[in-house]
Design a protein around this ligand. Sequence first.
Ligand code: PXL
Length: 267
Amino acid sequence: MTHIALAIAGSEASGGAGAQTDIKTFHELGVFGCTALTCIVSFDPNNDWGHRFVPVDPQVIADQIEAAVAVHGKIDAVKIGMLGTPTTIDVVADALKRYNFPQVVVDPVLICKGQEPGAALDVDNALREKVLPLGTVATPNLFETQILAGVDEITSVDQLKDAAKKIHDQGVGVVVAKAGTLLNTGTALDVYYDGSTLEVLEVEAVGTERVSGAGCTLAAAITAGLAKGLRPLDATVQAKELVRHAIIGRMHGGAPFDCVYQGGFTV
Ligand code: PXL
């Protein structure tokens, strides 16, 4: 039986991040992918690679989710990627309530380079109030973990564990708080917390440079694992391994950053 995952996420034209990455990751793990696009992001090579951001009309977002659900009859797992505006968050929260998907992975992408910093606070509050509690798993990066946990700075693994617990206390079943290489452990380190199990997950770091799409890939891989019936911890361990391969196989081109490529991973 083929399992189906839906990415409710933004388009990022280069294919390095966003919904394109999600689809490729689902495919790499043998899961059928579909999408509801929430916004269109185009990096601007003439403006410091800022993100030109265009939200998709709210009704069109609702229509896409309706279409994906109707065509397949069932969706095994959903990944929520960039939402970008409070209006989009409202539409997506409504859809999550209406369809009651069995697994919902929330990658709480707060703001993208080029958006108004003021917009971040609105998005942050709306995401925390309306979407996070509807998720079964959340995958905040270090910055998002600080904001969502309401803590100043996270510089140690113990602080990351405490922050993951604080986010869990806000009604998220499983928190995967991602530090990557930022805590200088020499590894790519994330904290997994599901209310009883607390695990520090580490894989060998490939390097310390940021690679575009790594976070999207991790959340998408967890989503695919859950769609196939893996337990959240096993899905997360597998996802970290896939991300490691996607970073090793990354694409170099005309931008000052590389982007992940999932192509070389085998389960
Ligand atoms: O990596 C975060 C992200 C998610 N979704 C979209 C993006 C980005 C970053 O560029 O463009 C659409």
